[in-house]
Ligand binder design. Sequence first.
Ligand code: 3HC
Length: 693
Amino acid sequence: MTDTAPVRIEPRERVALIIIDSPPVNAASHPVRKGLAEAIDRLQADNGFDAAVIACAGSTFVAGADIREFNSPPQPPHLPDVLFSIERSAKPVVAAIHGTALGGGLEIALACHARILNAKAAVGLPEVKLGLIPGAGGTQRLPRLIGMEAALDMITSGRTVRAEEAKSLGLVDAVAPDHVAAAIELAGRLVGGRLRRAGAMDVPAWDQAAFEAKAAAIVKKARGKLAEGKAIEALRLAAQSDIEKGMAAERAIFQELRAGSQSGALRHLFFAEREAAKVPGVDPKTARPVEAVGVIGAGTMGAGIAVACADAGLAVTVIETTDDALEKGRARIESTYDRMVKSGRIGAEEKTRRMGRLAFSTDIASLATRDLIIEAVFEDLEVKRDLFARLDNIARPGATLATNTSYLDVNLIADATARPQDVLGLHFFSPANVMRLIEIVRTTQARPEVVATGLSLARKLGKLPVVCGVCDGFIGNRIFASYRKQIDYMLEDGALPHEIDAALEAYGLAMGPLAVTDLAGLDISWARRKRLAATRDPRERYVEIGDRLCELGRFGQKAGRGYYLYANGQRQIDPDVTAIIEDESRAKGIVRRRISPEEIIDRVRGAIVNEAAKILDEGVAQRPGDIDLVMTNGYGFPAWLGGPLHEADALGLGKILQTVKETARRDGHGWEPAPLLERLVAKGESFASLKLS
Ligand code: 3HC
């Protein structure tokens, strides 16, 4: 082994310090597995060593198997075999963990005879997030150490467990500031004693009924995603089989899932997330420091944004126009924190700490010292332009000015200031403190460091930023508007709201789009339609059903009536709505026909993919993966399909284009096939083959 080898041994007297050194995250790649296997062999053979410690160089312990290897056949030595050789070692092996030990990383640690955690470290088995189950003993050794129910929770949630909790679960032996020194000391003490091998233990006594009840709820919540159910299957084996049998079965499930489409889709999204942070011409290091922010408007969005910022430790000044509105905003924010306390997410002291980061004022001039100001006022171009013109006189030079618009032209908002280069869009999704997605809208004049500042802020808030250009609705709302129109057409052509929602929920959407419209309120899109009426192309097919419902005050769930009727907290089919829909079809001379669930899905999918292709061609989105991220993180599109463009590639773009052409024939203007889609089909290429320009 050389110094540049991914695994090396540094003698520490009679303890072999095995160091895994494979940047960036010490993933258990083929060279790492090979190096580790050789190091364990050497430990056995070398009389100079009585024990070993496995630790990592760099910022983290092993972050799991090397996900990049998952598209090719596995190469020996396989991780489960390496881990058996660690567990069966006659000489003690202790894991010294810093950073995060995830997936295969934690599995390495579980095969050791003891585990020491750095106080800042965390551990987890996040495989389900990649559509997998742990494949190197995680489902077998973890329950033997921490019990069936705790293992069920960790493995099916994929959550990361911090040092303190890991200790109290019995997952690690000790938490220490100097984890390597503590591990070396412990390894020395274990020499000659009876070693604790997780694989040889029985699972602690467990309540099978409670386990099964939780398991059933988890499978139900997973809605179509396979990994959670498969993980439960593997976990049950821990209580029924010896470690060899259990691990063989676990491995078989792991391999099956690894080769399946769901894991392929989720891995695509994993890498898309990492790609999304990379924007040509934007250097993350140029981001301006942001410590203090201003949020203008304390309605639902403004309050959510203020909470997200305060949660991230920023000092926030919230601005409203009147004392009354300000007090309502403050109460809205406080009730958000009260709910967090009630649900146990934070303690009362933490609430006080976070509320303490918030200041409230009706004086917009108090934003003069803020590093970044986010406007979240009424969605009206002139209102926003007036506000930005005022901000221009207030904000300090070099401050970043952001608008939280969901549709409007951010270039025009930027132009209302003398510093358009400092302006960008930050499109948060509601509830802003919960939803991960933020569209970072890059205006034509925004300086690269302003975009970098938006990206850096999003990351500080723990969010997923996707950069896009200016257009009506940006990536997400523009695509949503398109397939929402297609849904209206289907209502007029013969489908009823519950049929459309049922088909799309069965397909995997978190909630049917018409139920979503009822939840969001029909009045919002009605106002937008009225605003755009004057400029709407008369050739466009226009469905009046939504307008009819609004004229009757059927604004959705808040009014007790929308596309559905709401009574006793239940959503019901409303015969009045059926009658309105049928009247509208009749008025247009449309003979209603049954629309099958397959046609509903095809038409929605066609609308999404076609609009997405136009967005890509226009350069509004940088890459297909960005669109997949927006749809899966902001619009309830099932992650296990990998987003609409990943799915389209898998289905074959020729089939999609055919649906798009049928749509164009039927619905006419605005539904022409996107030239990019036609080009890809003509060349036999896929969205995945598009390279970043
Ligand atoms: N395999 C291959 N590459 C990985 C990786 C992995 N397991 N984990 C991270 N990377 C790569 C990323 O793609 C990125 O590459 P890039 O610089 O070329 O874009 C680089 O490492 C840094 O990653 P992040 O940008 O995510 O860095 P952070 O510091 O923000 O986060 C992390 C680090 C918490 C380790 C995060 O990367 C992460 O969560 N990784 C995935 C962990 C995981 O899912 N492990 C389970 C894998 S499956 C498994 O182990 C199966 C086993 O049971 C057999």
